[in-house]
Design a protein around this ligand. Structure first.
Ligand code: FEO
Length: 388
């Protein structure tokens, strides 16, 4: 399906929708598909911003030709070398061998690694802040290392107040299929760039000096209205701040006894006025949904059976997913279950030993096989403590 449209000032969207893809980057479920965006700017010289996944090279080249007609692209700007965006560079240079390719030193090191040194003969190596102008555009390259790879650069067109934002401000989901931004942009952010909060903050500092009316990301819809909303979300997420009040209970239960304690705690939290309780069964949920929720809300309850003297594998994966993304500034409670030697609480707490600004609750629960009245008493106290 073609996705050609003029955004403004002869800036065209020429990307593709991958509606049938199941996993993005081999691990993220994308039930609403994925988009690989690309942009053409027509002027006295023509620019192309990024290619698309190699699986869609022919469709994308066709889109380019529809917009360019008999003209040719003069510049291919490569903002990000990850193959979901660079995968069609080979096909591009088969069709347009004379085009100048624009990137930074790290871009070209990766280009050679992926495609060999002969892939593009006309190379322009730019530095941070450098500008390339055409009659109606002035493209300034803004380096944004680790948002999401080290070579990433964004491009700001001062004449149209347009930011070509690479992965930043992207989301899961095919464009036009579901353009609601926040939920899938949050899962995308924490799944893919959550670890790099400081680098995103650095980028946002640079962006404060720019007047931005339009954001053209490499995934998801072009953003045109209420730009401050998107930037504010990125400020909260990259600073690891609590976005919404509420309690997330993530649990791993095998025979249902730990789950009963989770249900009891949920009922108590609701009874005591908690506005939002999110339950995540780690054996069933998409782990990246659970990770997204843990970063969204301020309080997290971890409930796990003891398993081989450790914690249940799905709980381990979940906690590792939090830690590798820099989980911090949160309150954590633990519930363990063990029929002969419960150790899960200790293991779960120790896992956060190097995480910053984590507060553990005073009330934590140890179940031995099945919930007792004493367990209920502590769960009741825990519910009250979480709402203080
Ligand atoms: Fe969309 Fe980091 O690639």
């Amino acid at each position: 399906m073609k996705r050609i449209s003029e955004i403004k000032n002869s800036i065209y969207s020429v990307g593709v929708n991958a509606r049938d893809v199941e996993l993005f980057e081999g691990q993220f479920f994308v039930p609403l598909g994925m988009s690989y965006n690309s942009y053409v700017v027509r002027d006295n010289v023509n620019f192309v911003f990024d290619t698309v996944d190699a699986a869609f090279a022919d469709e994308w080249i066709s889109n380019l030709q529809t917009v360019l007609g008999k003209e040719k692209p003069d510049y291919l700007v490569v903002q990000h070398m990850e193959p979901d965006h660079s995968g069609s560079i080979g096909k591009f240079f088969e069709v347009y061998p004379e085009t100048k390719i624009v990137g930074n030193a790290k871009t070209f090191a990766m280009l050679d690694q992926f495609f060999g040194k002969d892939i593009a003969k006309n190379r322009i190596v730019v530095v941070d802040g450098q500008t390339i102008e055409s009659e109606n555009h002035a493209f300034t390259f803004v380096f944004a290392p680790f948002v999401h790879w080290p070579e990433v650069m964004l491009t700001y067109d001062a004449k149209t107040k347009t930011l070509f934002s690479a992965d930043a401000f992207g989301k899961f989901g095919a464009v036009d299929f579901d353009d609601e931004w926040t939920c899938e942009a949050r899962r995308y952010y924490f799944g893919i760039v959550g670890k790099y909060g400081m680098q995103v903050q650095n980028l946002l500092k640079k962006a404060t000096d720019l007047e931005i009316e339009t954001i053209c990301p490499l995934h998801g819809p072009v953003l045109t209205d209420n730009i401050d909303y998107y930037i504010d979300k990125y400020k909260v997420w990259s600073n690891y701040d609590v976005e919404s009040e509420g309690v997330v209970i993530a649990y791993a239960s095998v025979y249902g006894n730990t789950e009963k304690a989770v249900d009891y705690l949920k009922d108590k939290l609701t009874e005591y006025g908690c506005e939002k309780v999110v339950i995540q069964n780690l054996a069933r949920t998409d782990i990246h949904e659970a990770i997204e929720d843990a970063f969204r809300y301020g309080k997290l309850v971890l409930a796990s059976i003891t398993y081989n003297g450790d914690i249940f594998p799905s709980m381990r994966s979940f906690i590792e997913g939090l830690i590798e993304r820099g989980y911090k500034k949160r309150t954590i409670a633990t519930i363990e279950n063990g029929s002969w030697a419960p150790t899960a609480n200790k293991v779960m707490k120790n896992a956060f030993a190097n995480s910053k600004d984590i507060v553990f609750t005073e009330n934590n629960v140890t179940i031995r096989s099945a919930m007792t009245d004493e367990n209920k008493r502590v769960l009741d106290a825990l519910a009250k403590e979480l709402l203080q």
